[in-house]
Design a protein around this ligand. Structure first.
Ligand code: SF4
Ligand code: SF4
Length: 78
C-alpha cells in the first residue's frame, strides 16, 4: 500500500495497443518514444506492447498525446 492517498499515472490498454498497426514498418511505440523520463518502455522489443513503470510516472501525458491509437489512458487510484 502506497503512503500516498492518491496517485495518477498512465496505463496501456492492451486490448487496444497494436504496435503492428501504429507502426507497421518498425513496430516502434511512439508513446514510449515520447516518454522522455523512460517511464514507458518497449522492453520486449519492436512489435511488442510497451510497459509503464507506474510508480515512476510523472503524469505528464506526453505518451497519451503520442499514441495514434489512443491506447494509453489516465488511471487514478485512491
Ligand atoms: S501504446 Fe500506442 S504507440 Fe505504443 S505500441 Fe501501443 S498503440 Fe502503438
Ligand atoms: S504520463 Fe509522462 S511520465 Fe508517465 S508514462 Fe506517460 S510520458 Fe511517461
Amino acid at each position: 500500500m502506497s503512503l500516498q492517498s492518491k496517485k495518477t499515472f498512465a496505463m496501456v490498454m492492451y486490448d487496444i495497443c497494436r504496435p503492428d498497426l501504429c507502426s507497421p514498418d518498425e513496430g516502434k511505440c511512439a508513446a514510449a518514444a515520447a516518454c522522455t523520463h523512460k517511464v514507458m518502455q518497449q522492453i520486449d522489443g519492436a512489435f511488442e506492447p510497451p510497459v509503464i513503470f507506474q510508480d515512476r510516472c510523472l503524469a505528464c501525458w506526453d505518451c497519451i498525446e503520442a499514441c495514434p491509437l489512443d491506447a494509453v489512458a489516465v488511471k487514478k487510484i485512491s
